[in-house]
Write a protein that binds this ligand. Sequence first.
Ligand SMILES: [Fe+2]
Ligand SMILES: [Fe+2]
Length: 167
Amino acid sequence: MKMTQELADLFNDQITMELTSSVAYLQMAAHLENEGLSGMGTWMRIQSDEEHAHALRFLQFTLDRGNDVMIGAIDAPPRSNGSIADVFDAALAQEQKVTASISSMYAAAQASADVLALPFLQEFLTEQVEEEAAVGEIIDRLRLAGDDGPTLLQMDRELGARIPEEE
Ligand SMILES: [Fe+2]
Ligand SMILES: [Fe+2]
């Protein structure tokens, strides 16, 4: 059964937003790797891949519901030339934007009583809580580390051990 056009538009916007996130994280990965933090770069590359996978899930759901897919313009990523903590702050801001966006999709799905879309969106919202918490923890630890090279390199090793999730 087709989604209302209003909800389908929101799904299309979300596909674009997930792809935009994916590109933004790839830019952050490149910046971190240039700073000698290849582990954090690996972490960001995995993050980028996950956002791409999210885009594909929103795209597939839209197609499965019989609605049209129309991908929008992907914004150029913001320049990441600040401190390492600034890079992760930008990642958190990106995730908060995504959480707000999916929350309004959930409200729109409720308004049109689209019970098929609700569990799909709920799954993403639950994941957003975990993502925000994970990035928030990294930011807290980066603030504690400050400019301490050995601690930053230790964190770099830890983050570089991230394993891609099975989708
Ligand atoms: Fe995502
Ligand atoms: Fe995300």
